[in-house]
Design a protein around this ligand. Sequence first.
Ligand code: FAD
Length: 383
Amino acid sequence: MNLELSEEQTAMRQLAKDFVDREIAPHVIAWDRAEEVDRSIVRKLGEVGFLGLTIDEEYGGSGGDHLAYCLVTEELGRGDSSVRGIVSVSLGLVAKTIAARGSEEQKRRWLPGLTSGAYVGCFGLTEPGTGSDAGNLTTRAVREGDEYVLNGTKMFITNGTWADVVLLFARSTDAPGHRGVSAFLVPADTPGLTRRTIHGKLGLRGQATAELVLQDVRVPASAMLGEEGKGFSVAMSALAKGRMSVAAGCVGIAQAALDVAVRYAGEREQFGKTIAHHQLVQELISDIAVDVDAARLLTWRVADLVDRGLPFATESSKAKLFASEAAVRAANNALQVFGGYGYIDEYPAGKLLRDARVMTLYEGTSQIQKLVIGRALTGVSAF
Ligand code: FAD
């Protein structure tokens, strides 16, 4: 792999850096305290092309490769993980899945809105009773004439209350031989679909995480994405790429932890000199720096594999596992550099740690990533 970025990738990264410094950084503390990111950010993300990366221009996308997508995701993660998550879900999990698996009609209906930021998408897989064991989901889709009737509850859905379209997974058949799960594109204003914001999150407080309840929600049969009964594989392929995006966001958190720790260590004085002079503070900083580089290289490797059309799912799990644990460590080390001030939300390290913590939980917990990697290496499924 060539580790030098192309001109386009460098320009895209710079565009993202400038965007974060101008549109996100000034608002981060306020959004976190208010538990809501200003929704106008979605349109701005669309205008600058970040919601259309890797999607064909024909459908309103801005093109580019997956490494450019990771560079932008990293920068957004450096700025605010709540904003990064909006993009990772609306583009990464929803638009990309429609682009890869949707019918022509579905692409024309949803992609221009999702890539411009006129629409927000959400990914409805997890349920109150099924998280890691997502394949056992219980939301039902029953065929009635030319429609499906959906009933069930989805839990912890990122962008849930903001979304215009839900990529929803429901059991539509009990026929033997496959899992019977199908994917549907459900307009969020369909009668019978209600949404409740989940408050009190440890981190990602600016993000609209919701519970979705479906009571006799009717969609036309044409809302099914892909083949009947093949929806679980749609979800798993979306998550394989999604884990790369989470990993890139974690690199951004770790990079932010490094930036703020170095800056603070150069300003704060104790024992008559800046704390950067103390060897144990340098140890904290160097540990963060190694985590940043290692997480970034693992993430870039996944992007390179995707861009070359090679298998990448196991590498994506490795990158997500390492980068999420690294982001937690890095943010925690940065908090230590800040001492007592690290514990106060006027200083950045505490939020980085709170935001990092969920990365080891969603899109497959660290334990689930280890089982994915272990299965690939041994040929034995230990789920
Ligand atoms: P459980 O599956 O109950 O796991 C509990 C513990 O048991 C974990 O430590 C887990 O690692 C462990 N465990 C479970 N099974 C095994 C096993 N076989 N071997 C070893 N250990 C095991 N979901 C969506 O569908 N869409 C979203 O947009 C979305 N966004 C989210 C946003 C936030 C802020 C959060 C918190 C969650 C989000 N999720 C979303 C859900 C997330 O993916 C799940 O929370 C996650 O998959 C874990 O499921 P669970 O919470 O039910 O935990």
